[in-house]
Ligand binder design. Structure first.
Ligand code: IYR
Length: 280
């Protein structure tokens, strides 16, 4: 028996050791990936929801009322759809802002509009922070520029930075201190009600994304400009600076204002309808 096993071992010894090492490396790699994706999606440890009593999103006896609606004529439909397309098509991402002030009520109405977005079970899982305070804007710029320098130099990699070269972006973000307002959009993973109960949020990523779409369109309609920025790795530091709770995650940061007089934009083309629409 032994004589049969021994030649097997001596003959395949290297392969077996190699297979074992590869297996251990693979297991190690997969567990690290799992850990990383956990950190990425949670950023910080979430509260143990099992121990807290849960509140329904909506009351059981929620009233349903008639929908007040005035049907537009077909001509009006066509005119309004085209008008809105032209307005949306005139929007451009701006990186050069004027420091001229804008009325606070304009920002409030823009955020009111964003807050009309549909949300899973009407949970409205968003918090908007509007900053006009010079010192806070400086602190945000500091946090972002420090992280972005590391992003551009190390994290983003050759392919990403090469792809971005034509847009002439880098880690210096002057607009963070020149724009009169910064609007920060946070996603609430759940909400904590005044009675301490937890309200579960559904489809919060999609709900917040739609709110962001309405937000940038409202900015455009008002006659202002913005830049949809998603500062990489800055979320927790900015959340701490603004005193937002751990269950809120920074999704988007938008400088808002008038464009600088000498503002430039990259000459880009949008895809034609035939490239984005399939009619069946
Ligand atoms: N967040 C970086 C990098 C960046 C990424 C994309 I995608 C852009 O379209 C532009 C920039 C920055 O804001 O510089």
């Amino acid at each position: 028996m032994l004589s049969k096993i021994l030649p097997f071992w001596s003959q395949y010894f290297h392969y077996i050791i190699f297979a074992l090492i590869s297996y251990c490396a693979l297991v190690n790699f997969i567990s690290k990936r799992k850990h990383l994706s956990y950190i990425d999606s949670n950023e910080e440890e979430e509260e143990d929801e099992d121990e807290v009593e849960n509140e329904s999103a909506l009351p059981n006896d929620l009233e349903h009322i008639p929908f007040a609606y005035v049907r537009p004529s077909v001509e009006d439909l066509k005119r309004r759809a085209e008008e809105f397309y032209k307005l949306a098509n005139a929007r451009r991402t701006l990186r050069f802002f004027s420091s001229d002030p804008i009325p606070k009520t304009v920002i409030q109405d823009i955020i009111r509009a964003a807050g009309t977005a549909p949300s899973g079970a009407h949970t409205e899982p968003w918090t908007f922070v509007a900053i006009s305070d010079t010192e806070t804007k400086k602190q945000i710029r500091n946090i972002i520029e420090k992280e972005e320098e590391i992003n551009y130099r190390k994290r983003m990699g050759k392919k990403w930075t090469t792809d971005l070269k034509p847009l002439k972006t880098n880690w210096i973000k002057e607009y963070l201190t020149t724009a009169p307002y910064l609007i920060l959009v946070f996603k609430q993973k759940y909400s904590i009600l005044p009675n301490g109960k937890i309200k579960t949020h559904y489809y919060s990523d999609m709900s917040v994304s739609i709110a962001c779409g309405i937000l940038i369109t409202a900015i455009q309609y008002a006659g202002l400009v913005t830049l949809t920025s998603t500062p990489l790795n800055c979320g927790p530091a900015i959340r701490a600076l603004l005193g937002r709770p751990l269950h809120e995650k920074l999704c988007l940061l938008l400088p808002v204002g008038y464009p600088a007089d000498d503002a430039t934009i990259p000459k880009l083309q949008r895809k034609p309808l035939s490239d984005i629409l399939i009619e069946i």
